[in-house]
Design a protein around this ligand. Sequence first.
Ligand code: PGA
Length: 256
Amino acid sequence: MRWVVGNWKMHTTPSEAKQLARQLWRLLKSACIGPEVGLRVVVCPPFTSLEAVRRVLARTRLEWGAQTCHEEVQGAYTGEISARMLSELGCTLVLVGHSERRRYAAETDERIAQKLFRVVEFGMHAVLCVGETWHERERGQTVTVLEQQLERGLAAVTQALWPQVLIAYEPVWAIGTGVTALPEQIAEAHTQIRQILHRLGAPESVPILYGGSVSAAAVSNIITQPEVHGVLVGGASLRSGEFNAIVRTVAAHRCS
Ligand code: PGA
């Protein structure tokens, strides 16, 4: 299975999201996508736009998901949104541990592990985002950082839950910077992640996506690297023409 996930971040009001979702489906209607053909395409709008996107994308082959959730099912957590709520809105996937959440919302690996568990408990796919900062890479700490984020973030995953888990390798220095990691850097990190996952008892089928300044121009060199099973797209997912081009490139390269 290949994956293209769009992270809209804090962009789009409900009416803008409705328009973007309509444009996307108009462009992608003729594309070969869907679980049965081995390519899943998911957009993650802000919480407030989920209902608008759901209305447009219901009964299409595009899916929708969320950018985070709270680790508890319900309770006195003012301003929070739970996995239970997202599942009723038809979300099929939730991002957890995005570097912007780690940085701006002070999410720890321990909380991220709890969030991930909730997402899969409610029947959705969880995308655990991991990746090193430029400073960590320069100091040769990339593998150590990946090891720690994976070991801790996946602590609650039991054997039966692996089919609902995805990993996104997102080097922090490549996110929103226009600097895509080099194909060989992506290949190296994804191979290391596969080895770590292996040690953690994960099956080979756990997909590893790349994220960080993915563009229509760069995607072909990314998707052909070993252990790359798809892409997590930020900025470019807000431009329907470019997102369409990314999806079609991944569709053309998909093998299983
Ligand atoms: P970007 O964002 O494509 O804009 O770099 C990727 C992400 O944050 O998931």
